[in-house]
Design a protein around this ligand. Structure first.
Ligand code: NAD
Ligand code: DAU
Length: 357
């Protein structure tokens, strides 16, 4: 791994991974391609401004000419593909951009890799890798008591977001079977931690609670997610790059399954401890049950036996310590928070998603 193209590296997980990889691999050069959509934030990379090992390119993964030129000019040998439209609620209100970025964008990157590595043969075949970052949501929804998803579970996506990610996974796999492109795929559960955009459950609840705004819990709040601290996700991807077998898929998860309501109560408890003088104490009084998400998946759970037994990865952070760290991170980053919450597009998103619930 020498010249790594990271897509979506100004977003939540991508930015965490850029930092992780620069620390883990002292000789690696990162080309970070990001369109800086509403979810991309250069503040997530502020400490890397003068780092010669990190080259930031503003651009769209659907731009074939640009992507081809990055492969050519930087002799890209490894791709870690994060860039996506990632929020389920936004995919319900506007699915078109999800089809474009998540499906067409992935196709564009695959074509560039095929051309550079397999047609023009710019680099030795055994030195290249295309890693696609995907989601557990491609598996659909579990009933209470059903076993966790394995890598062999058939796909059954329910939202436009998860359907677009499923399509991208299928495309990536097809390039392995049809052309022999050396790919790996990971399907990961819900991430949380530093730099997460405050449209997702955990940062949204932290910020709303701090401001004394309602904490909007969809439906009965008994939906279950499998939460993973973002640094553990980064470590898992790195491990797959090091030792994963091409053509293979790896499930990644945190081995925990609280309900959404339990998560929100835990956040409120942490805030009660950290901010006992807050006018919004006790924060759980802010919880408000609101209309459910259409097609809301009830339960996710990942079986991580394969990555644990074959690659020796397992999560290091437990949910309580991870949530503690996360709340502290948001409490100590008021400028980062304001750089998002004061934006008009953020405020209008909040209105459009929550006004009529
Ligand atoms: P995010 O929304 O925080 O960031 C996405 C990034 O992609 C942003 O920086 C954005 O500017 C960039 N981007 C969007 N469209 C682009 C385009 N056309 N060209 C170039 N860049 C573009 O997302 P995230 O939560 O960090 O998720 C990253 C990846 O991980 C996604 O593929 C997502 O499906 C997957 N994933 C996320 C989670 C999670 O819990 N957040 C869990 C499993 C998998
Ligand atoms: O499972 C992996 C997926 O996790 C990733 O692929 C997605 O990119 C990521 O956004 C996330 O999807 P979710 O829909 O599970 O995450 P979100 O934070 O939006 O919601 C988590 C749960 O909380 C879900 O059951 C919906 C609920 N929720 C969410 C919001 C934003 C609420 O009850 N209220 C809210 O305001």
């Amino acid at each position: 791994m020498k010249n790594v193209l990271i897509t979506g590296g100004a977003g939540f997980i991508g930015a965490n991974f850029v930092h992780y990889l620069l620390n883990a691999e002292p000789d690696v050069q990162i080309i970070n391609l990001d369109a800086l959509t509403y979810a991309g934030n250069l503040e997530n990379l502020a400490d890397l401004r003068d780092n010669p090992r990190h080259i930031f390119v503003v651009g769209d993964i659907c731009d074939q000419e640009l992507v081809n030129s990055l492969f050519h000019d930087h002799r890209i040998d490894t791709v870690v593909h994060f860039a996506a439209e990632s929020h389920v609620d936004r995919s319900i209100l506007g699915p078109g951009q999800f089809v474009q970025t998540n499906i067409v964008g992935t196709f564009t990157l695959l074509e560039a890799a095929r051309r550079s590595w397999l047609i023009e043969k710019r680099l030795p075949a055994e030195t290249v890798r295309f890693h696609h970052v995907s989601t557990d949501e491609v598996f659909g929804s579990l009933q209470p008591g059903e076993p966790a998803w394995t890598e062999d579970t058939p796909y059954a996506p329910h939202s436009p977001y998860s359907a677009s990610k499923a399509a991208s996974d299928h495309l990536v796999r097809s390039y392995f079977y049809t052309y022999g492109l050396p790919v790996t795929i990971s399907n990961c559960s819900n991430n949380y931690g530093p730099y997460q955009f405050p449209e997702k459950l955990i940062p949204l609840m932290i910020l709303n609670a701090l401001e004394g705004k309602p904490l909007p819990v969809y439906g009965d709040g008994k939906q279950v997610r499998d939460w993973l601290y973002v640094e553990d996700h980064c470590a898992a991807i790195y491990r797959i790059l090091q030792a994963g077998k091409t053509g293979e898929t790896y499930n990644i998860g945190g081995n925990n399954q609280p309900t959404n309501l339990e998560i929100v109560h835990t956040i409120c408890r942490i805030l009660d401890q950290l901010c006992p003088d807050s006018p919004h104490y006790p924060h759980a009084h802010l919880i408000k049950f609101v209309a459910d998400r259409p097609g809301h998946d009830r339960r996710y759970a990942m079986d991580i036996t394969k990555i644990t037994s074959e690659l020796g990865w397992q999560p290091q952070e437990d949910l309580n310590s991870g949530l503690d760290k996360t709340v502290q991170w948001y409490l100590t980053r008021p400028e980062w928070v304001r750089s998002i919450t004061e934006r008009e597009d953020y405020q209008s998103w909040m209105k459009s998603n929550y006004a009529n619930r």
